[in-house]
Design a protein around this ligand. Structure first.
Ligand SMILES: Cc1cc2nc3c(=O)[nH]c(=O)nc-3n(C[C@H](O)[C@H](O)[C@H](O)COP(=O)(O)OP(=O)(O)OC[C@H]3O[C@@H](n4cnc5c(N)ncnc54)[C@H](O)[C@@H]3O)c2cc1C
Ligand SMILES: O=C(O)[C@@H]1CCCCN1
Length: 388
């Protein structure tokens, strides 16, 4: 056991959100410790894998506004670290032309002057060969959207954190949190005291919050991350300018289906279903629901004819869902020096830099630089269990 150490801030969980928060705190000259239960890097949470979509195509304006600043922060990090983290591919959005989600996305992009090309049934295949646009579907391409190299992002931000003097201790699980003016954090290897603690524990958030008598309405689901083989290698490759895509709803389902161009595994395209079976994060391999794969197979056979409609690789990942699918970015309702960043609901990666900044501001007691009302805990009022 190490002697009890004191930090300005302890961040629990070295996924994308905890890593960016720790980095921001260190940049603000705070003595910061980033704790991770597993040996880094690992694939047992939500931030692993090679790729994530970055986009502004959202129904809600507040996400577009956050992404305006966030795109700049990604570029800044690339410059600072001298590493390429983002590749522009464009994002194709398809969905029933008259449906509310499709119309809202289209209007929000136009309102915020995001460079967008609207395609028609007639010219669709000139721009996007090898995809069948369903009858009645609208299609648009958000030009600046693209792919983030996720694993590389984590490595980079953790290295930058350490360069700023931050300390990472991995393979060290937090086992207890005792609130107070100085919060006491116990782990499998030691005890720390800190002026503030940030909980960015992804699917394990409620396990940690149990030590503070709070439970949030979070649901953890397992996502089958499926890769599909191209019939002719190269058809949907990033070098052929095949974009990322989101199908908002279709004949098979009302849930999103999304994909990224072939890149990380030669000849294979990642296409996933935007939800999955409920799971306990420590038992995720026991969750074997494959109903999403049936839906994907039917969708791919009908809409993406250049792929073999049988997944060639299936990996797994988890979403931590809130009831409204908006994030939790807030102080603990009872202890304002415990900050919570959670419930990223399967779309939080692209926001990493700005979430790090906002959680840093909350933990320094500053007024946050964005309106956090969509992300406050009090919106759950009826379903937040507090024993206090
Ligand atoms: C298949 C899939 C596709 C996605 N696609 C996109 C996309 O295209 N674009 C996008 O923007 N987002 C996407 N997302 C969402 C995004 O990846 C997540 O929102 C994000 O990774 C969540 O990060 P996190 O830091 O909150 O959680 P995590 O990455 O899970 O990090 C939490 C960390 O806390 C650690 N921890 C937990 N408990 C303890 C403890 N007691 N002690 C110490 N450490 C602990 C965990 O081990 C873990 O490392 C996708 C997610 C998945 C699963
Ligand atoms: O966050 C994203 O951009 C993707 C889009 C589709 C659902 C999964 N996440």
């Amino acid at each position: 056991m190490r002697a009890e150490e004191e930090f300005d801030c302890v961040v629990i969980g070295a996924g994308v959100q905890g890593s960016f928060t720790a980095y921001q705190l260190a940049k603000h000259n705070r003595k910061t410790l980033l704790l991770e239960q597993f040996l880094l890097p690992h694939s047992r949470g939500s931030s692993h894998g090679q790729t994530r979509i970055i986009r502004k195509a959202y129904q809600q304006e507040f996400y577009v506004q956050m992404m305006e600043e966030c795109f700049k922060m990604w570029t800044q990090l690339e410059k600072e670290a001298g590493v390429k983290l983002y590749r522009q591919t464009g994002l194709l959005v398809m969905g029933p032309e008259k449906s509310e989600p499709y119309q809202l996305i289209k209007n929000t992009l136009q309102k915020h002057k995001v460079p967008t090309v609207v395609l028609t049934q007639d010219n669709f295949n000139q721009h996007i060969p090898n995809v069948r646009l369903a009858e009645g579907d609208g299609a648009l391409v958000e030009i600046p959207a693209g792919v983030l190299y996720a694993d590389r992002v984590l490595r980079t931000v953790q290295e930058q954190f350490q360069k700023q003097g931050g300390v990472i201790r991995d393979n060290e699980k937090v086992t207890d949190i005792k609130p107070g003016p100085l919060v006491t954090v116990s782990t499998s290897a030691g005890v720390y005291r800190a002026k503030s603690v940030v909980i960015t524990a992804g699917p394990w958030t409620n396990t940690l919050l149990a030590h503070t008598a709070l439970q949030l309405p979070l649901e953890v689901v397992k996502i089958n991350v499926c890769y599909w083989k191209e019939k002719v290698p190269g058809t949907y490759h990033v070098k052929q300018h095949f974009p990322c895509f989101i199908q908002t709803e279709c004949e098979e389902t009302k849930e999103h289906i999304y994909g990224l161009p072939a890149n990380e595994y030669p000849g294979m395209v990642k296409i996933c279903y935007h939800t999955g079976g409920k799971t306990d994060p420590d038992q995720r391999d026991q969750q074997r629901d494959r109903s999403d794969i049936d839906i994907l197979q039917r969708y791919i056979a009908r809409s993406i004819p250049g792929l073999i409609p049988e997944p060639a690789v299936v990996e797994s990942c988890m979403y931590t869902l809130t009831p409204d699918h908006d994030f939790v970015l807030d102080c603990h309702p009872t202890y304002n020096n415990i900050i919570i960043g959670a419930g990223f609901s399967g779309h939080g990666f692209k926001f990493g830099p700005i979430i790090g900044k906002l959680l840093c501001e909350l933990s320094l007691g500053e007024v946050p630089s964005f309106d956090l009302s969509p992300f406050r805990i009090r919106r759950f009022q009826a379903n937040t269990k507090s024993a206090l």
